[in-house]
Design a binder for this molecule. Structure first.
Ligand SMILES: Nc1nc2c(c(=O)[nH]1)N[C@H]1C(S)=C(S)[C@@H](COP(=O)(O)OP(=O)(O)OC[C@H]3O[C@@H](n4cnc5c(=O)[nH]c(N)nc54)[C@H](O)[C@@H]3O)O[C@H]1N2
Ligand SMILES: Nc1nc2c(c(=O)[nH]1)N[C@H]1C(S)=C(S)[C@@H](COP(=O)(O)OP(=O)(O)OC[C@H]3O[C@@H](n4cnc5c(=O)[nH]c(N)nc54)[C@H](O)[C@@H]3O)O[C@H]1N2
Ligand code: SF4
Ligand SMILES: [Mo]
Length: 729
C-alpha cells in the first residue's frame, strides 16, 4: 500500500486528493486531502470515483485505426504513419487552410494539452482553429478584452470575504464553480451566510445554489442583459455609484443605459421593476459585493453584452479589484500565455459566415459550415484533441454528419465515443494517474493564491505514450518532418521558445537572465515538468518545481490583493466603460424591449455526478438523480397534456425525453442536461444509460454576434406529448 497525492483533474475546483494504491497500482481509496491548504479535505462524488474512472476497462490503451466500420488496434508507429499519410495528402491536395484543429475542455486542464495546443495549431498553419472556449466562456474573454485591453483579464468573486454575492446563470453548488476556482464552493457559500453575508441567485431554475441563497429570482432565459442594464440604470439614476478606478466612457455609458429603466426591462426579463431597483440599491449599499456570472449567461444571446454589464456593475459599485469584490489572482507561474498581451480580434474572418477571429480562433458554431461548404479553403481534415463535439457543440448531429464527409480525422482521446468513432485514427493519452499535473490555467483564476503539483502516481507502460509525446509527434507531422521524427527535438524547441520569452518579458522574475544558464538549471522528469519549473522560476513568487514537490499537498500563497494595473492593457491605461464595439448590440437589445418572448424555451443544466459528456461510463456516477430528464413546470405539464415522455422540437431537430415535473423550473422554460446521447455507444456503461443529445436541438446558425459564442440557453422549442414506446431516454 502507498499514498499518492493528486490534484483532481476533472473540474475547475482543482481539489487536492489523497489516494491509496496497492502494490499493483490499483486504487484502493480516494479521499480529500486534509492537508491541502485550499481544498482542506473537500471531495465530491466525481473525485471519489477517480479510481474507477482511471481504471475504466473501456479506456483505450493503444492507438486505433478505422477501416470502414471496423476498428483495430495498431502500434504507435503504424498510427503515426497513417496520420502522416492522411494529413499530408489533404495538405498537398487542398492546402493548410483545409485542416482544422479543435481543442476540447480537458486540454485546458492537462499539461500536455495546455502547453502544446498552441504549437500544434501553429504547426498546422490554418486559420481553422476551434476550441471549447466558444461553446463556453468566450464572451467573458471578449468583454474583458474590450474593457481592460486584456482578454485574460478575468476577475473572480472574492467569495471568502464578500458581504453580498450576486450569482447570475451559474450553479456552483453543483458545478463547483467555473472561471472562479474555489474548492468546496458550497461550503464557502454557507460560510458567507454564516458570517451575515447575503447570497442572491438569478436563474430560470431554483437550483441547489438557489436553495442555499437568501433570495432566488426567476428570470427569463437569454434576458440577462435587460436585467443588468436595469441595475446599471438604477445605479446611475439614483447616484449610487462609487467609482474609484481610472475609467473612461461614463457619459457614453449613461447614454446607453438611459432607455433601460427597470420599468422598461421588467416585461422582457420577467423580473419586477421593484425587485431590480432593490437589487441595485442593495449592491450599492453592501459594504462589499460581487456580481458573478457564468455558463447560463455566457451561452445565451447577448452574452458579450451581459459579461460587460457584470463588470460595469462591479466597477460602478466600487467593488472592482478590492477585497470582498471581484479580484485578480496572482498565479505562481509566469502569466499565460506568457504575459499580458493586448487584446486584438477580427484579424481574419471565417470563410463562410465571415465571423471574426477571436483569440486566434473561430467559433465552433461555424465549424460545420466550413466543412460542408465547397470552395477554396473548405475544411477537409480535422485534428480533435480531448473533445466530444457531437454531444457538446450546437447542432452536434449536423457537425457529426459533416465530420463523416471529411477526408481525414484524428482524435487524441481515451475513449471510443460519439465523436471519436468518426475519426480515422484515435490516439489514446495515458491514464490520469500516469500524468504529471499542474493546472496552469485554473491557478490563474483562484479565489486564493495557491500552487500544487502532482507527480505521476503510476509509470507509463511500454505500449503507452505520454500526451506531450503524442502532441509533439502531431506537431512534427504537421511541420512536414514525417512520422518518425524524434519528439525530443520538438520538446526542446518549445522549451527554448518559452525560455526566450521568460528571460525577456517585463515582469518575469527571469528577465535579463541567460536562457542557456536557466535551461541548465531546470529540473523535471518530463518536458512539461521542465517547462513548469521554468514558468515557476519566472513567476512572481520565484518558486521551483522542487518547492512544489516538497509540499505535495500544495502551497498557500495568500489572499488576493488588488492588482488591476498589472492586468490593464488599454493603450490609454484606463478602463473602458462603454466600448464602442458594443454599441450595435445595445441597439439590437433596445429593439427587442417590446418583443414578446417565445412561448417555450429550452435551457441546459449540469448534474452533480456528470462532467460534460465523459463520466457516464462510471457505474457509481450514472443512474438515480443523474439521468437525462426534461424538467417541466407542473403548470406546463398540465397545459401541454404531457405524460411520461415529451417530444421536444426546435428549428433544427427533435428529441424524446422522460418528463420530470418540477416546481423548480419557471413556467415557459424546460431544461435538459447536456453530454447525454450515448445510444449504441462502445462505452458499455454509458450505453445502458444513454439519454438524449440536447445539442440535437441547439442551433449552430445562431451565435452571439460579437464573440461568436454558441447559444445553448433560451432556445425556442415546442413541447408535446410522446408515447412511451418511442422514448429513447
Ligand atoms: N457537476 C458538473 N460540474 C461541472 C460540469 C458538469 O458538466 N457537471 N462542467 C464543468 C464545466 S465545463 C463548466 S464550464 C462549469 C460551468 O459551471 P456553471 O456555470 O455553474 O454551470 P451550470 O450548472 O450550467 O449553470 C448555469 C446556470 O444558468 C442557468 N441559466 C440558463 N440560462 C440562463 C439565462 O439565460 N440567464 C441566467 N441568469 N441563468 C441561466 C441554468 O439554469 C443553470 O443553473 O461547470 C463545470 N463543472
Ligand atoms: N447544450 C449545452 N452544450 C454544452 C454546454 C451546455 O451547458 N449546454 N456546455 C459547454 C461547455 S461549458 C463545455 S466546456 C463543452 C465541452 O465540450 P468538449 O470539451 O468538446 O466535450 P467534453 O464532453 O468535455 O469531452 C471531453 C473529451 O475529452 C476526453 N478526455 C478526457 N480526459 C482526457 C485527457 O486527459 N486527454 C485527452 N486527450 N482527452 C481526454 C473525453 O474522453 C471526451 O471525449 O460543452 C459545451 N456544450
Ligand atoms: S469538485 Fe471537481 S475537482 Fe473537486 S473532487 Fe469534485 S470533480 Fe474533482
Ligand atoms: Mo465548460
Amino acid at each position: 500500500m502507498r499514498t499518492a497525492y493528486r490534484t483532481c483533474p476533472i473540474c475547475d475546483a482543482i481539489c487536492g486528493l489523497r489516494l491509496t494504491l496497492d502494490d499493483d497500482g490499483k486504487v484502493l481509496s480516494v479521499r480529500g486531502d486534509q492537508d491541502d491548504p485550499f481544498s482542506k479535505g473537500y471531495i465530491c462524488p466525481k473525485g471519489a470515483s477517480l479510481g474507477q474512472l482511471d481504471e475504466d476497462p473501456d479506456r483505450l490503451r493503444r492507438p486505433m485505426i478505422r477501416t470502414g466500420e471496423q476498428w483495430r488496434e495498431a502500434s504507435w508507429e503504424e498510427a503515426f504513419a497513417e496520420i502522416d499519410r492522411g494529413l499530408s495528402g489533404v495538405i498537398e491536395a487542398h492546402g493548410r487552410q483545409s485542416v482544422a484543429t479543435y481543442f476540447g475542455n480537458p486540454t485546458f486542464h492537462t499539461m500536455g494539452g495546455i502547453l502544446y495546443r498552441g504549437a500544434l495549431a501553429q504547426a498546422v498553419g490554418s486559420p481553422n482553429v476551434y476550441s471549447a472556449s466558444s461553446i463556453d466562456q468566450l464572451p467573458k474573454h471578449v468583454a474583458c478584452g474590450l474593457m481592460f485591453g486584456n482578454g485574460l483579464g478575468i476577475s473572480v468573486p472574492d467569495v471568502d470575504r464578500t458581504d453580498y454575492l450576486f450569482v447570475l446563470g451559474a450553479n456552483p453548488a453543483e458545478s463547483h464553480g467555473s472561471l472562479a476556482v474555489a474548492p468546496d464552493f458550497p461550503g464557502r457559500l454557507k460560510a458567507l451566510r454564516r458570517r451575515g453575508g447575503k447570497l442572491v441567485v438569478v436563474d430560470p431554475r431554483r437550483t441547489r445554489t438557489a436553495d442555499m441563497a437568501d433570495e432566488h429570482v426567476f428570470s427569463r432565459p437569454g434576458t440577462d442583459s435587460f436585467l443588468l442594464f436595469g441595475i446599471v440604470h438604477t445605479l446611475l439614476a439614483e447616484n449610487l455609484t462609487s467609482v474609484d478606478l481610472d475609467v473612461e466612457g461614463m457619459d457614453e455609458l449613461r447614454e446607453l443605459a438611459a432607455e433601460f429603466s427597470p420599468e422598461a426591462v421588467a416585461p422582457a426579463c420577467g423580473v419586477p421593476a421593484a425587485t431590480i431597483e432593490r437589487l441595485a440599491r442593495e449592491l450599492a449599499a453592501a459594504p462589499t459585493a460581487a456580481v458573478y456570472s457564468r455558463v447560463g449567461s455566457c451561452t445565451a444571446d447577448f452574452s458579450t453584452l451581459s459579461q460587460w454589464l457584470v463588470d460595469v456593475i462591479n466597477i460602478l459599485t466600487g467593488n472592482f479589484d478590492r477585497p470582498g469584490g471581484v479580484m485578480f489572482a496572482k498565479a505562481a507561474t509566469l502569466q499565460m500565455p506568457w504575459g499580458p498581451k493586448p487584446f486584438t480580434y477580427g484579424r481574419w474572418q471565417s470563410r463562410v459566415r465571415g465571423l471574426p477571429e477571436m483569440l486566434d480562433e473561430f467559433p465552433v458554431a461555424t465549424l460545420a459550415d466550413e466543412i460542408e461548404t465547397p470552395g477554396e479553403g473548405q475544411v477537409r481534415a480535422l485534428l480533435a484533441v480531448a473533445g466530444n463535439l457531437v454531444l457538446s457543440a450546437p447542432n452536434g448531429p449536423r457537425l457529426g454528419k459533416a465530420m463523416q464527409s471529411l477526408e481525414f480525422m484524428v482524435c487524441v482521446d481515451p475513449y471510443l465515443n460519439e465523436t471519436t468513432k468518426l475519426a480515422n485514427v484515435i490516439l489514446p493519452p495515458p491514464r490520469m494517474l500516469q500524468m504529471p499535473h499542474y493546472d496552469l490555467l485554473e491557478t490563474m483564476i483562484t479565489v486564493r493564491n495557491y500552487a500544487r503539483f502532482s507527480t505521476p502516481a503510476l509509470p507509463l507502460e511500454d505500449d503507452q505514450m505520454s500526451e506531450e509525446d503524442i502532441m509533439a509527434r502531431l506537431v512534427l507531422i504537421a511541420m512536414g518532418k514525417g512520422a518518425d521524427a524524434d519528439p525530443a527535438e520538438f520538446h526542446e524547441m518549445l522549451l527554448g521558445g518559452l525560455l526566450g520569452l521568460a528571460t525577456q518579458l517585463p515582469g518575469s522574475s527571469l528577465q535579463g537572465a541567460d536562457p542557456g544558464e536557466v535551461r541548465a538549471g531546470l529540473e523535471g522528469n518530463s518536458p512539461p515538468e521542465l517547462m513548469l519549473d521554468a514558468l515557476l522560476k519566472a513567476g512572481p513568487y520565484r518558486l521551483t518545481l522542487a518547492d512544489l514537490r516538497a509540499k505535495p499537498s500544495g502551497i498557500d500563497l495568500g489572499a488576493l490583493e488588488p492588482r488591476l494595473p498589472e492586468v490593464l492593457c488599454t493603450p490609454e491605461g484606463r478602463v473602458r466603460m462603454a466600448p464602442p464595439e458594443l454599441v450595435p448590440e445595445v441597439e439590437r437589445l433596445r429593439g427587442l424591449l417590446d418583443t414578446p418572448a417565445p412561448d417555450m424555451v429550452l435551457i441546459g443544466r449540469r448534474q452533480l455526478r456528470s462532467n460534460n459528456s465523459w463520466l457516464h461510463n462510471v457505474p457509481s456516477l450514472v443512474g438515480g438523480s443523474n439521468s437525462c430528464t426534461l424538467q417541466v413546470n407542473p403548470g406546463d405539464v398540465a397545459k401541454l397534456g404531457l405524460g411520461s415522455h415529451a417530444r421536444v422540437r426546435s428549428a433544427v431537430g427533435e428529441v424524446i425525453a422522460p418528463v420530470e415535473p418540477t416546481e423548480t423550473i419557471m413556467p415557459g422554460v424546460v431544461s435538459l442536461p447536456h453530454g447525454w446521447g450515448h445510444a449504441g455507444s462502445d462505452q458499455r456503461v454509458a450505453a445502458r444509460h444513454p439519454g438524449v443529445n440536447v445539442n440535437a436541438l441547439t442551433d449552430s446558425s445562431t451565435a452571439d454576434p460579437i464573440s461568436g459564442n454558441a447559444v445553448f440557453n433560451g432556445v425556442p422549442v415546442t413541447v408535446s406529448p410522446a408515447p412511451d414506446s418511442v422514448a429513447a431516454g
